[in-house]
Design a protein around this ligand. Structure first.
Ligand SMILES: [Zn+2]
Length: 79
């Protein structure tokens, strides 16, 4: 198993197998990493800065400022 897949599995487990943003059940093969603080602002690849999300959600959130993202996350509160 690749290191990335292991990280995805770990995150997916901690999120109850669901997309962080929409709460839909998420398959490991569809899961994409999303940086809470976008890499454009800070290159931080620690697990604590990563969530897994489905592709439509990840595309929708691409490089939004962290404040917006955190607001949306706290409103949705799935992870
Ligand atoms: Zn989603």
């Amino acid at each position: 198993m690749s290191n990335n897949r292991k990280r995805k599995l770990k995150l997916l487990e901690s999120q109850g197998g669901k997309c962080c943003y929409c709460g839909e059940p998420l398959d490991i093969d569809e899961a994409t990493f999303d940086h809470v603080i976008p890499t454009a602002i800070m290159k931080w690849n620690a697990l604590s800065n990563l969530v897994v999300a489905c592709q439509p959600c990840n595309l929708g959130f691409a490089d939004e400022p962290p404040k917006e993202k955190i607001l949306k996350l706290s409103r949705l509160a799935f992870c």
